[in-house]
Design a protein around this ligand. Structure first.
Ligand SMILES: N[C@@H](CCSC[C@H]1O[C@@H](n2cnc3c(=O)[nH]cnc32)[C@H](O)[C@@H]1O)C(=O)O
Ligand SMILES: [Zn+2]
Length: 437
């Protein structure tokens, strides 16, 4: 039996703010067996116990990246300073047309390396060649919530391919990698999937017993175009076709009326908030403080590295807080603990994975990060929550466990070959963005 004790840290279980305190987290065979306030009893110790010293460190659940396109790391800083539709149509989609499965595999490896080093243990991904994404997730030791992006606007054959590949991905990989992979369906957006197609996607999801990951209400242009085409906004259109009657993870949700906020909250739609992508593409400011007050389910995402341009959720937390505060002229809006909840248990709920991850509780999987707080920019020690959200950086993450396996130690990747991954990514990025003769 593999036994680990994370000893003497400031434990933030993310079950409630009052539960925060010094303690020992005890892991057995990949599962959190117990959390001892103060210190663990003598009986726990023994020669087979691996002890991780967490004194002057924060111990919290692994961060949940609730929306990304991992392999888009290959397009990091390839196309900047453009609005969404020009960015997609003129730069990203033409470059993506050259992608191979190997590119997606290496791009995902690069993303996994970056995410793990900054404390992210699970990511919700929507892309293509998803079997190769699954392979990279399996090898990296991370957890993946994977969806094959599906569209209907490129023709019926393409739409059907999306459906059949999604079903194959589900049967090959759902609960794969020792349960570290779950598969949902990924209809891309209302402007790339028409209602008839979405109904087919919904039927498939119900037959498989799984959920949907979609982009919704990202830009004003989307809301205008969909309203012109179908007579109602993206959220109302989705509601009217019954999309929200099953688990849904909706990325962005930037442009909402109050009635739409109510629908998202009432239907328990998981909202993936991506403040940096929304700022960079100038999409707008999602009303997440208002959604939070309505008890909506909200997670935090980075979106792809090509619209962020990194996958650092610690930085994303800070931006999420500041954006709400300045937008509402209210410094009490989106307080630090609420942001940390979005990045952990909120994200886990949005992914429908809070049965197993998102908080430190006996019985949950041991996805745990240890952050070094013994540094000038995190001193003195008033409030570890505020430090994590307002002062910390991804590089402060020292140790990362997924399923009880140590994947980052002393800030270094244990099983991944970072140098090899970067060499592959550099070469592939150049090939992908060079016009073919
Ligand atoms: N284009 C694929 C299906 C979509 S995969 C997911 C897609 O989302 C795109 N994407 C990335 N970020 C965003 C965003 O913020 N909004 C909308 N789409 C995005 C990304 O470039 C990728 O093409 C096909 O032909 O089968
Ligand atoms: Zn996206």
């Amino acid at each position: 039996m593999a036994r680990i004790l994370i000893q003497g840290g400031m434990v933030l279980p993310m079950t409630s703010r009052t539960a925060i305190g010094r303690g020992d987290v005890y892991v057995e065979d990949g599962i959190i067996a117990d959390i001892f306030p103060g210190s663990a009893p003598e009986a726990i110790f023994g020669p087979d116990l691996q002890v991780i010293d967490a004194r002057n460190k924060a111990v919290l659940p692994g961060l949940v990246n609730a929306h990304t396109h991992a392999a888009m790391t290959l397009f990091r800083s390839y196309a900047d300073d453009l609005p969404l539709m020009r960015w997609l149509n003129e730069k990203i989609w033409p470059a993506e047309a050259n992608l191979t499965g190997d590119d997606v595999y290496w791009g995902t490896q690069l993303a996994a390396a970056e995410m793990l080093k900054s404390g992210t243990t699970v990511f919700a991904d929507m892309y293509f060649f998803m079997d190769r994404v699954a392979e990279a997730v399996a090898e990296s030791g991370m957890r993946g919530h994977l969806s094959r992006g599906m569209i209907s606007v490129a023709g019926e054959a393409n739409g059907n391919k999306g459906l059949s590949e999604s079903e194959a991905l589900f049967s090959d990989w759902n609960n794969g990698a020792d349960g570290r992979i779950r598969v949902w369906l990924g209809p891309h957006a209302p402007y790339t999937c028409n209602p008839d197609y979405l109904k087919k996607v919904m039927a498939l999801a119900d037959r498989l017993g799984t959920g949907l990951h979609i982009h919704l209400a990202e830009t004003r242009t989307e809301v205008e175009d969909i309203t012109k085409q179908y007579g109602q906004s993206p959220i109302l259109l989705m509601d009217s076709i019954g999309l929200f009657e099953r688990p849904v993870l909706a990325a962005h949700c930037v442009h909402l009326t109050e009635a739409e906020e109510e629908i998202l909250a009432a239907k328990k739609v998981g909202v993936a908030h991506n403040p940096e992508s929304n700022m960079k593409l100038a999409s707008g400011i999602a009303p997440v403080e208002s959604l939070r007050k309505r008890q909506a389910v909200i997670g935090l995402g980075t979106d792809g590295a090509s619209s962020n341009n990194n996958l650092d959720l610690i930085e994303e937390m800070r931006q999420a807080a500041f954006l709400q505060k300045v937008n509402l002229f209210d410094p009490t809006a989106m307080p630090a603990y609420a942001v940390l909840e979005m990045a952990t248990i909120g994200g886990a709920r949005a992914l429908g994975w809070d049965d197993a991850i998102g908080s430190l509780e006996a019985g949950k999987r041991a996805d745990i990060i240890v952050v070094n707080m013994d540094q000038p920019h995190l001193c003195p020690d008033f409030d570890p929550v505020a430090h994590l959200v307002y002062s910390a950086r991804g590089s402060d993450v020292e140790t990362v466990l997924v399923d009880g396996q140590v994947l980052v130690r002393d800030g270094k990747l244990v099983r991944m070959n970072e140098k090899r991954i970067m060499e592959e990514a550099r070469a592939r990025a150049i090939r992908l963005t060079t016009p073919q003769a």
